[in-house]
Write a protein of this length. Sequence first.
Length: 158
Amino acid sequence: MEARPSYEELEQRINIIEKKALKLVHVEKELKRKNLELNFFINNIPDMAWIKDESSRFIAVNRAFGEAVGMDQVSLTHQTCEICFGKEGAKKFREDDLKVMKGRRQEVIEEKIIDSQNKGVWLETVKSPILDHSGKAIGTVGISRDISKRKRAEEKLK
C-alpha cells in the first residue's frame, strides 16, 4: 500500500498545478490574441482569400470571399466550392487543389467565375499547399484578385 503524501508534498504538488494553470491561462490569452490578429489580417485583405483542408473543404474564408459569392463567411466553413460555384466549378477547383498539393508548390491560375451578381469575373488566383511538419500536403491556401479590367484592356488591344 502506498504511503500517504505529507502536507509539504501536497503543498508542492498544488504549487506545481497552480503554476501550470497560470501558464495555461497565459497561453490561452496569447492564442486568443493571435486568432484576433489573424482574423483582422485576413478580413482586411481586399482580395478573396481562403484556407482549405485536404478534401478541399473551406477552413476559413475572408470577408471579400463571402461578399464575392454572396454568402456568410461562417456558412462556408466545412463546405466545398460546390456550395458557391456549382458542381462544374467545384470539380475544376478540386483538380487545381490536388495539383497544388501533389506538386507541393505554388500555382498561379487565370480563371473566369460567375460572381454573386451573376457577372463573369476574371481572377488571377494564387494557390499554395499547406504542408505539415513532415512535409505532407494537408490543404491549400489561396488568394484571388479581380483582373477583369486588365482582361478587357487586353481584348481591346487585340
